[in-house]
Design a protein around this ligand. Sequence first.
Ligand code: ATP
Ligand code: MG
Length: 423
Amino acid sequence: MWWLILAIICGIVAVTVLVFWRKWAAPWRQIEELVTQIGRGERPPTFLVDGGADAQRVGLALESIFARQQELDRQMAGRESGTQTILGAVQDGLLVVDARRRITLTNRTFEELFGLRGPAAGVPLLETVRHATLDWLIAETLRTGEAMRSELSLADSQTHSERHIEVNAVPIKNALDETTGAVLLFHDITELKRLDQIRSDFVANVSHELRTPLSILRGYVETLLDNPKPSREELARILAIMERHSKRLGLLVEDLLSLAQLESSNATLALSVVRVEELFNNVVRDWREKLAAKNLKVIVDVSPDASTLRADETRLQEVLYNLLENAVKYSREKGQIQLQAGRRGPETVLSVSDDGTGISKEDLPRIFERFYRADKARSRELGGTGLGLAIVKHIAQLHGGRVEAESELGKGTTIRVVLPTHP
Ligand code: ATP
Ligand code: MG
């Protein structure tokens, strides 16, 4: 009998413990599991928790926390990709560092400029980019808390050239006005520098070209002032020299004006149908005396499919004058000059060839530059300023075309002007 009572009591206790365990203890295990999964960013298979209504409420609350967290993750990912898109679109390089000079943010332009393989957030700057000027600039910005500006030279490994970069560094400050980092913008000014150099070279060249004839003219004026009554022959000689140099000055100014006009944004073309053979013959006629003086033979060869083209006739005439002038200048006595026109696909090629002195391989790529002369002394002596081919190139480009040169020293030269037949 006692045994039976004891067994019933034990049974009641066991059932009570089981009920309590299921209602109070078991849900906590499940909840712990749920929280761990949510913490890991995993989606639990279910949010249903065994046990009483309280435990189920906790399960539902966890489900809404999970949903909210997912929504936040989505928003953050969206913002992050938006920021990356904006940073990627910024043409300038961008670098953000903290007060200990660790990289916080970079964009693609910066990574390309410094040859980094990808974003290097969190890495000390010194471990990824070593540049004395940049280090100094960041150190000074962080130390003084003031915006700074500097210029860097970077070697471009692809083109083996030097890039010039302007860097602006601005400090980042917190609410207490302490400097907590710096933002740096890198702007490539290589092209600006190049243009600046071209401009100053141009001014130097023009001054140099003007100075020579001017000083010769002044010299002779002084001679005449010192001796106002020279002999007839002496006077004739002096006046002839003065005339030659004042003509040279005039030509130089004309060429400069022509170039300036061609380079200006409002340079226009008066297009019309040009008969190529007629154009060639007219130019040759104008040069007859000079050709005869050197006993030069001229051959005009126009292929039937290149008999006409649409172009600015006056400017084309200027092109041929310049090319023929060079051919005559650099031809030897009894040489031969050829003026040719032919079709090359949709383009018309006008060329002037001679069998004269030719141009060396080193000089050839540069002859279309302003003021470039292969043989300075000889060209100047022949009255050249080195602007003729620059003018030719500009006129070709204005027509949407280009120029080509082929030459061999001692054998001769061919200059081609390739123009669209129907611009
Ligand atoms: P400009 O034409 O202004 O009077 P230039 O003839 O010296 O002066 P360009 O016509 O621009 O200048 O020619 C540039 C240089 O190219 C010349 O100085 C010369 O060295 C070289 N060159 C041009 N054409 C020929 C040619 N047909 N044969 C040999 N060298 C040439
Ligand atoms: Mg010339």
